[in-house]
Design a protein around this ligand. Structure first.
Ligand SMILES: [Zn+2]
Length: 271
């Protein structure tokens, strides 16, 4: 039973954090080898695993990832932040060196104009894992080479529309949609009729803002336009948002009904 439980935890940690499974096995081996027996062993073991995990992920993994050509996106950098700290704690914020420079350059430009309240920040969601070409960052099968990144839309607070907020309405950054209006082309419904999983992200669309945050067309358009002017080769958003934002570049494409809906985030990639 212990072996099965360990195997399950190893697979789960590997799929969700990539290096967590290896850290878990290493820790289990060393704890059994050198740990002292006694009643509080279980609690001690869990605490020491968490400490190990955090130390290795925050201090060691970024160094080794760089040797393999991937860099961790900044957590407190100018004009950039993760939408959710879990993205960072689970090593889901790594990109190739080319993508790193591209994104941080856009973030500096985006964050350079001060608005009331605070500096605007580019808010990133899932990127890639730190190691191994072809190792997908589930559930995004294409995020496997360092050259893919998801970004949050910008929102404004309806309680004070003049004051900048860098918050997003969803707890996890996905699943809170900006659906088509009646006059807009409804690609979403068409895709749902052929792929019932097209809106599967609705199950993680937990709102944390109490309905206060609204889609900010002007700043989201600015984000898309800034990336159009870079070496990014493809930008995926739903067709009705491309229409609403008035962005026309051929880089902005429809991702296809086999994917999931993209009216809750922007996907960018370089080939
Ligand atoms: Zn993506």
């Amino acid at each position: 039973m212990t072996l099965l439980r360990r195997l399950f935890l190893f697979v789960l940690l590997t799929l969700t954090t990539q290096v967590g499974g290896v850290i878990y096995l290493l820790h289990a081996f060393l704890f059994v080898r050198f740990g002292k027996q006694g009643k509080p062993k279980k609690l001690k073991r869990r605490i020491s695993f968490v400490v190990w995990y955090l130390l290795i992920c925050l201090l060691v993994v970024p160094l080794f990832a760089r040797l393999g050509g991937r860099r961790a996106l900044p957590v407190w950098g100018m004009g950039i932040r993760p939408q959710n700290v879990i993205t960072v704690l689970s090593n889901r914020h790594y990109v190739s060196t080319a993508m790193y420079h591209l994104v941080t350059d856009v973030a500096k430009t985006y964050g350079s104009s001060k608005t009331e309240g605070s500096t605007r920040k580019l808010c990133y969601l899932d990127a890639n894992f730190p190691f191994i070409e072809g190792f997908p960052l589930l559930p995004h099968l294409s995020h496997d080479d360092g050259n893919k990144l998801d970004l949050a839309f910008h929102y404004y607070n309806t309680n004070n529309i003049h004051r900048n907020t860098n918050q997003s309405p969803g707890l996890f950054g996905y699943g809170v949609y900006v659906p088509p209006e009646q006059t807009e082309f409804d690609q979403v419904s068409q895709c749902i009729s052929s792929n019932k999983y097209y809106d599967i992200t609705k199950y993680v669309g937990l709102r944390k803002d109490g309905g206060k945050l609204q889609f900010d067309e002007r700043n989201t358009q600015r984000i898309v336009e800034l990336f159009v002017d870079t070496d990014v080769t493809k930008i995926f958003i739903e067709p009705h948002l491309k229409q609403r934002l008035g962005v026309t570049s051929s880089k902005i494409r429809f991702h296809g009904c086999h994917s999931v809906r993209h009216d809750d985030h922007i996907h960018i990639q370089i080939d």
